[in-house]
Design a binder for this molecule. Structure first.
Ligand SMILES: Nc1ncnc2c1ncn2[C@@H]1O[C@H](COP(=O)(O)OP(=O)(O)OP(=O)(O)O)[C@@H](O)[C@H]1O
Length: 348
């Protein structure tokens, strides 16, 4: 049985709309006008125990609303949802024993108190036995390198230190599932890497199932074997990041370095008149950009090597960031090299 089952789930918010003008304001008080916001529309997916899944989407796509339904904070307006066999909003307390949540932009620690006090409070809340509590605290504090921070008030911690404590707090009660909402936001490269390594280890070694929302593609590349993309409340992609790379990347760039600017300028002339390639020259570097599916890379390389004499050649495809933002901007069918029907296969 899947650990998470989401079946045709919808969430519609009802909002009061204020009418224009003084009369309109008064009328709104007596007879409020309602407007519906469809945050999540007919979403279905399952997640098996031990998976690590990225949940992506542009701002306002419906990611947080989905997570809030999965954690029981919100009740779906329609459809069915089960986490570890339970309907979260109906069994919020019991569900919480199986779930850990980390919000990059919100804290579950008590700001003015020492870190350890928050952990003690969580021990009480989740009725964790002292033995298990001390074992988990010691093990995770060492792995996350926060043992020396336990007596410090939370407000005195750096963002990276606080995030490591937040993750520890979410794991004290041994949850089966960890929901991570932007866990590396605002951190420097080293701090991000440290947190990714830890999250990866608890997924791989302890089998904790991960559902991660992030705008950082490095998080996903490092941590998630499967990516789901939601847009305007609908699930538009469920598959691997590699599939997106293989089937959505169109733009490729050859970067050739020459001994001097004159040689570079001569090399650029090789492509004069080729409308399908864009050529940019800067000092002794020439960049040739083209659609890899429409233009033969080996032909361009042959021309470069035959007619010019580059000192160095490198090739680069569109970054995953660029591909994902194109999908957000133009939709899932915008750049797929395969029929849309094949988009949506499992990432495994
Ligand atoms: N309590 C609410 N009342 C009314 N509308 C809401 C409420 N919560 C969310 N929405 C709307 O539902 C839609 C989805 O919001 P949601 O917060 O789930 O998006 P998101 O994908 O998490 O975005 P972000 O990346 O910006 O956090 C948005 O249009 C949002 O304005």
């Amino acid at each position: 049985m899947p650990l998470i089952e989401v079946n045709h789930v919808r969430k519609v918010f009802e909002m009061n709309v204020r009418r224009e003008g003084r009369f309109g304001t008064m009328l709104s008080l007596v007879r409020p006008e309602k407007r519906e916001v469809v945050a999540v529309e007919d979403i279905s997916f399952t997640i098996e125990r031990g998976e690590s899944v990225a949940y992506l989407g542009p701002n306002g796509a419906g990611k947080s609303t989905t997570i809030k339904m999965l954690t029981g904070v919100l009740e779906p307006s329609g459809g069915e949802l089960r986490v570890a066999g339970r309907v979260p909003h109906r069994n919020r307390k019991l569900s919480s024993y199986q779930i850990g949540v980390v919000f990059g932009q919100r804290s579950q620690l008590l700001f003015d108190l020492p870190v350890q006090d928050s952990f003690d409070f969580l021990r009480y809340m989740y009725s964790i036995s002292w033995e298990r509590y001390h074992r988990n605290l010691k093990e995770y504090a060492e792995l996350l390198e926060v043992s020396h921070l336990l007596k410090r008030p939370v407000r005195t911690l750096s963002l990276g230190q606080r995030m490591r404590c937040e993750i520890l707090a979410a794991l004290l009660h041994d949850p089966d599932i960890l929901f991570l909402d932007e866990p590396t936001i605002g951190l420097d490269v080293v701090a991000k890497e440290r947190i990714r390594a830890f999250i990866e280890s608890i997924n791989r070694e302890q089998g904790v199932t991960l559902l991660l929302t992030t705008h950082d593609m490095h998080d996903i590349e490092r941590l998630c074997h499967r990516t789901m993309i939601i847009d305007k409340g609908k699930l538009i992609y469920d598959g691997s990041l590699q599939y997106i790379r293989d089937h959505f990347a169109t733009e490729r760039q050859i970067r050739a370095v020459f001994s001097d600017p004159a040689a570079a300028s001569n090399a650029a002339q090789v492509f004069a008149g080729m409308r399908e390639v864009a050529v940019h020259t800067e000092e002794q570097v020439v960049r040739v950009t083209y659609d890899q599916h429409a233009t033969d890379t080996s032909e361009l390389l042959r021309l470069l090597l035959q007619k010019a004499n580059p000192r160095d050649l490198t090739m680069q495809d569109e970054s995953i960031d660029a591909l994902i933002s194109r999908i957000y901007r133009e939709g899932i069918d915008s750049g797929a090299r395969r029929p849309a029907a094949s988009v949506g296969g499992s990432g495994r």
